[in-house]
Design a protein around this ligand. Structure first.
Ligand SMILES: [Cu+2]
Length: 375
């Protein structure tokens, strides 16, 4: 059964809040920049001791504080010591990989479509479908609130583990550093038909879903079907519809993800301000520019979702290193979307059956304890 019966109880709530998202999206289209106002911010930091992690136990890193020193004026990740080089998989920028490694990643992503769903093993759904479903029904509640970054960090980790353990992929996740393309995003190598993820929807093609959704016409994901369009069951071809802030089709506005914009975001001192601007400015720019499936809560149907979010996770990692005294404990704001409760490191990250629930504290450090990857 898909979705789970028990989860359908949340369906109406999600559908109602969908209007919020559309309103935000259209406000942005009209050029108004929404800034999240955080009220009553407190920092409830509980130092959390990890105990008995059966799900994922990895050797503790011997990394010293020096290796976490910030590199304050650049987006280039600091070089890590060589003694750490084979400990945790390195997450790399898409275009820096040789074509054979790019193809290995794409093959592993496509492999998810032949694996049974973890959420509904007896259905005809696949592991590929699990990610948009969990994102729209659980991840939804983490947007516009403190857990936006930790929830997606864990979500990416589950994706990475699935690719590695079930699809034979031997690398780390890949990120799309869109600052390198901000002058002409639509020409980014990630959209390449032969080596990348395919480009815009069919120019002049029939509208599939949304305002400008048109089927992909090139690249390895041409035949992917998305069963849901956001929270509605509406099977359709995976669709894109490039559009800039003025509404011009075929273009993606890169202003909000320019190096200058990112530098401004990384310069913020409080987690609450950082996460708010990462989401409302940096995160939103790409989905609304690519459009259609990517701009809904079932965005993980578009494989670029994972390259985009890995880059956002990398920004958080860079920001954490600029706060050497508090980076690994800086957390706060609201516990979840529409909640007035204050967030804490002891809060649970819910994956509702896709993977065990864990605590926010467990994902604060990407290279020790629970997680194991590097940028
Ligand atoms: Cu999300």
């Amino acid at each position: 059964m898909w979705p789970f019966k028990s989860l359908e109880q949340n369906y109406d709530a999600v559908a109602g809040d969908e209007e919020d998202l559309k309103t935000t999206a259209s406000a942005r289209r009209n050029g108004s920049k929404t800034r999240v106002a955080w009220i009553g911010v407190g920092s409830a930091i509980a130092l959390f001791t990890l105990a008995g992690l059966a799900y994922h136990s990895l050797p503790s890193s011997v990394q010293t504080q020096e290796t976490l020193d910030p590199s304050p004026k650049t987006n280039t990740p600091p070089t890590l010591p060589s003694d750490n080089s084979d400990r945790c998989p390195q997450r790399r920028e898409w275009r820096t990989l040789p074509p054979s490694s790019q193809q290995s990643y794409i093959s592993a992503v496509l492999c998810l479509r032949s694996l049974p769903s973890t959420l509904t093993p007896t259905s005809n759904k696949t592991a590929y479908d699990d990610f948009p479903w969990i994102h729209s029904h659980v991840g939804y509640f983490t947007h516009n609130s403190a857990p936006f970054l930790p929830w997606h960090r864990y979500f990416l980790h589950i994706y990475e583990r699935t690719l590695r353990e079930q699809c034979g992929y031997d690398g780390g996740l890949l990120y799309w550093d869109w600052t390198l393309d901000s002058g002409a995003l639509e020409h980014s190598p990630v959209f390449d038909a032969l080596t990348g993820f395919g480009g815009d929807g069919e120019v002049g093609g029939e509208i599939t879903v949304g305002r400008s959704g048109r089927c992909l016409v090139d690249g390895p994901f041409v035949n992917v079907t998305a069963d849901y369009y956001d929270v509605k069951l509406q099977p359709h071809c995976l669709s894109r519809g490039f559009r800039d802030l003025e509404g011009n089709l075929g273009h993606i506005d890169g202003h909000d993800i320019s190096p200058e914009s990112i530098e401004e975001v990384l310069g913020l001192n409080e987690y609450e301000n950082f996460v708010a601007l990462v989401e409302s400015r940096v995160h939103d720019a790409i989905p609304f520019g690519i459009g259609v499936d990517f701009e809904t809560f079932t965005a993980p149907y578009d494989p670029l979702f994972f390259l985009h979010h890995t880059q956002l996770d990398r920004l958080w990692w860079l920001w954490q290193q600029r706060q050497p005294d508090k980076g690994l404990t800086a957390y706060g704001g609201h516990k979840e979307r529409h909640s007035m409760d204050l967030a804490s490191l002891d809060d649970e990250i819910n994956m509702r059956g896709l993977a065990p629930n864990i605590k926010v504290a467990q994902v604060m450090d990407v290279e020790r304890q629970f997680l194991c990857y590097r940028y």
